[in-house]
Design a protein around this ligand. Structure first.
Ligand code: RBF
Length: 172
């Protein structure tokens, strides 16, 4: 059983009340995973999918696009939104390592901005699960170490946002 969250030195890593999330069988979630620093991003994806499935989504409700690096995440995310039946939320997973990426800040900023712009334009959640770390050790601490598991947390965030969206749609 994947825990809803846990206390660590740096706080509670979680999604608030994820067990209350009511998963709907019509929801579709797109995952965009960058292959740069693949060992890390594969684990992000594994943890993310595990939570989605554990919370009740079926395999056919989840689709994954692989992209070369984080810089390609926003455009692939936009393709998920222009499918005949668009996804309800996108989860972006990647790993930017500052020590190996001279233009680290530029890529991180571009991905952030790209996802936010897309989210507001498409009016659906684009969850930012891109690790921005100094080295691989820091990345590993975010894969189930001292800083929680960012792939799992990204999944919880998407589910919570979809639940909130369902509630707001009912209220209008
Ligand atoms: N992509 C990542 O997802 N993470 C990285 O740490 C990363 N470092 C890079 C370092 C250099 C010097 C270059 C040229 C690219 C890097 N990329 C990285 C790939 C980038 O996101 C993108 O895929 C390529 O620049 C092609 O548009």
């Amino acid at each position: 059983m994947i825990p809803d969250g846990s206390w660590t030195k740096t706080g509670f890593h979680h999604s608030p009340s994820p067990s209350k999330v009511q998963v709907l069988d019509r929801w579709r979630i797109g995952i965009v995973v960058a292959l740069w620093n693949r060992e890390i991003t594969e684990e992000l994806e594994r943890g993310c999918r595990a939570v989605l499935l554990e919370r009740g989504l079926r395999e056919d409700q989840i689709e994954t696009y692989q992209v070369p690096g984080c810089f390609e995440i926003p455009v692939a995310s936009s393709w998920f939104c222009s499918l005949k039946s668009p996804v309800d939320a996108v989860i972006a997973l990647g790993c930017l390592i500052k020590g190996e990426t001279p233009h680290f800040d530029l890529i991180a900023e571009a991905v952030n901005r790209g996802l936010m712009d897309l989210s507001l334009r498409e009016r659906r959640p684009m969850v930012n699960g891109v690790l921005t770390v100094l080295d691989t050790e820091q990345a590993n601490q975010r894969l189930g170490g001292a800083h929680g598991h960012k792939g799992q947390e990204a999944a919880y965030t998407a589910l919570q946002m979809l639940e909130l969206r369902s509630q707001t749609l009912q209220a209008t």
